[in-house]
Design a protein. Structure first.
Length: 76
């Protein structure tokens, strides 16, 4: 099971190294570990990320309850 560096994983997935580091910190790469300063990512974890997380951007939308800042602005 060879490991990949952050730049190698970023090149394979087509996303930035910063996004890879953030995903590692969130636990999105199973088996990724940080033996020192840099993350090492198993190749299987890159496939897992591609299938389960790639393309999901940001937080999921909050449920609309009809209130909030938009409703307050429209009332004025």
């Amino acid at each position: 099971m060879p490991n990949l560096s952050i730049p190698q994983a970023a090149a394979l997935l087509g996303i930035t190294p910063r996004a890879i580091r953030a995903a590692c910190a969130r636990g999105h790469f199973p088996g990724a570990h940080k033996p020192g300063r840099d993350w090492m990512i198993p190749t299987e974890a890159v496939d897992y990320y591609r299938e389960n997380h790639l393309g999901q951007v940001g937080r999921p939308p909050a449920p609309s309850d009809g209130g909030g800042a938009e409703a307050e602005r429209s009332e004025k």
